[in-house]
Write a protein that binds this ligand. Structure first.
Ligand code: HEC
Length: 103
């Protein structure tokens, strides 16, 4: 029972990641296709429209924060308290933020 749950979980991570990797390889990661889904998964709990620390669901706010996003995600300080994010997902966010944060 427990093993089955783990298998389903790891499969959904894998499918989710390959979808991200595939779209990213064409033109580089974009907010809409690659990054907002990750923010939704890992950041929205603290960075929605009511947040004092920036609403990462809004492209313009995320764009304005791109330098900080790169530094904090690369340094492992964000997502705060979240250990589920993978190294590949971190790399993709940092690559996006450092590469001009395309919409
Ligand atoms: C559990 C809550 C929580 C989660 C999840 C979280 N953050 Fe944060 N974030 C904070 C808090 C609180 C601050 C304020 C500074 C501090 O306490 O470190 C902050 C600050 C920031 C800042 C600086 C904002 C500014 O105006 O200086 C950025 C950028 C940021 N977070 C990005 C992210 C990203 C990207 C994610 C997801 C990958 C994320 N955070 C996930 C709580 C969170």
């Amino acid at each position: 029972m427990k093993n089955k749950l783990l298998l389903v979980l790891s499969m959904s991570f894998f499918v989710g990641f390959s979808a991200v990797a595939q779209t990213a390889s064409d033109t580089g990661p974009t907010y809409t296709a690659n990054i907002q889904p990750l923010f939704q998964k890992y950041c929205i709990a603290c960075h929605d429209s009511g947040s004092d620390y920036g609403n990462l669901m809004d492209y313009n706010e995320a764009f304005g924060l791109r330098k900080k996003i790169a530094a904090l995600v690369d340094g492992g300080r964000m997502p705060k308290g979240h250990s589920a994010i993978t190294d590949d997902e971190r790399d993709l966010i940092v690559q996006w933020a450092n590469g001009g944060a395309a919409q």
